[in-house]
Design a protein around this ligand. Sequence first.
Ligand SMILES: [Zn+2]
Length: 378
Amino acid sequence: MKINRFIIFTILIAVSWCLGTTPLFAQKNEGKVATIVIDPGHGGKHPGTVYNNKVYEKDIVLSIALKLGKLIKSNFSDVKVVYTRTTDKYVDLGERGKLANSVEADLFLSIHADASANKTAKGSSSFVMGIDKSQQNLDVAMRENDVISYEDDYTTKYEGYIPGSTESFIIFTLMQYANTDQSMLFASMIQKHYKKNTPMQNRGAKQAPFLVLWRTTMPSVLTEVGFLSNAEDRSFITTQSGQSKIARSLFNAFSEYKASVEGTMTPLQINSNSPIAESSQTIVRESKPNDNGVVFCVQISSSPKKVSLSNSQFKSYKGRVKERKIGKVYKYTVGEYSSYSDALRLQRTIRRDIKDAFTIAFIDGKPTTVTKARALIE
Ligand SMILES: [Zn+2]
C-alpha cells in the first residue's frame, strides 16, 4: 500500500466533493427504499467458482436472486426490482454498477458463492466496499474481481486496476465512503437473518475492495452465501430448499433495512415455515407467543361481512392483515405482539392514516379485554 497515493486520492475526492463537482455521493429518494438492484454474480462465459465440473456458482446465485426478487415484488408493491441479469449471460462488472446508478437504485445487492482451497472453510459472509486488515477478505475480493480479465480492455475500463494487485485496491474503496454505514447496516442484517434461517456458519459483515461495488452511488453489499468448496455448505446452497432459505433471509434483511430507513415500526418478515414466494398472506410479523397465551394486535377494520384481504382499504398493510371472526363480526387486525407497548407503538403508526385503529387482546386465541390481558403479563 502506498500511503502517498492514498493521501492524494483522499484530498482529491474531498476537494471535489466540497466543490460539489462530483455526483458520486448523490443519493436519490432520500428516506425511501423504492428501488433495489439485485446482481447475480458472473454468468455466461464466466461460471464463477465451479465444483466437480458441473456445479456452477453462476447458476446458484441466479436462482437465489430470482427467488429474492419474486419475494420482494409480491410483498412490496412500492418497490421496483431491477436485475443485472435474469438469464445465463455475462455482464461486465462496471456495467452492473452503472445500471444501478442509472435506475437511481436505493440499494444494490450482489450475490455470490465462496470457494477456498481449504475444504474446511465454510459459512456465509457479507461485504461492503472498504479495506480492513484481513488478508482473507482481500483474497475473496481478488478472486471475485478476477472476472474482469475475461472482459476486453479491462485496464482502461477499470482505470488501472490490475487483477491480483493489492496496491491498486485503495483507490476503489474511496468511492463508496459516503455509504459505508448504511451498507454495513444492511450487511449486518443479512448476516443476522442467515443465522436465523440457515444452518450456515456466520463469518460476519466485513469490508473488502470488490470492483462490482466500486462506483455504485447507493448503499451496496456483496454477499457470499456459502462455500461451494465445502461439502456441508454445498449440500445446502445447491438445493432448492437451501436456496429458498437464503432468499428468505435476504428478503427479511431487505425488509428490516427498508423499515429502518423509512422509520416503519414493523418490518414484514417471512416465518421459516412459509412456502416461498406465495401469496402475501404467508408473511407474518415475527413474534414469540407469550407464555400466558396473550397476544395484542391492532384492529384496523371490522365488518358484519367478510372482506377480501386484497381489498383496497388494506392496501397500505398488504400481507400483514389477519382476519379474525369474533361472534358474527369479522375483524381485521395487523401485528401480533406479546408485549402491550409494542402493539401501542404500532397503533400510533397506523393512526396516522386510520384514525380509529385500536389495540385488542386475545388469550389463547379467545378475545379478551386489554386490561385483563395486561393483568396476566404485568
Ligand atoms: Zn462470485
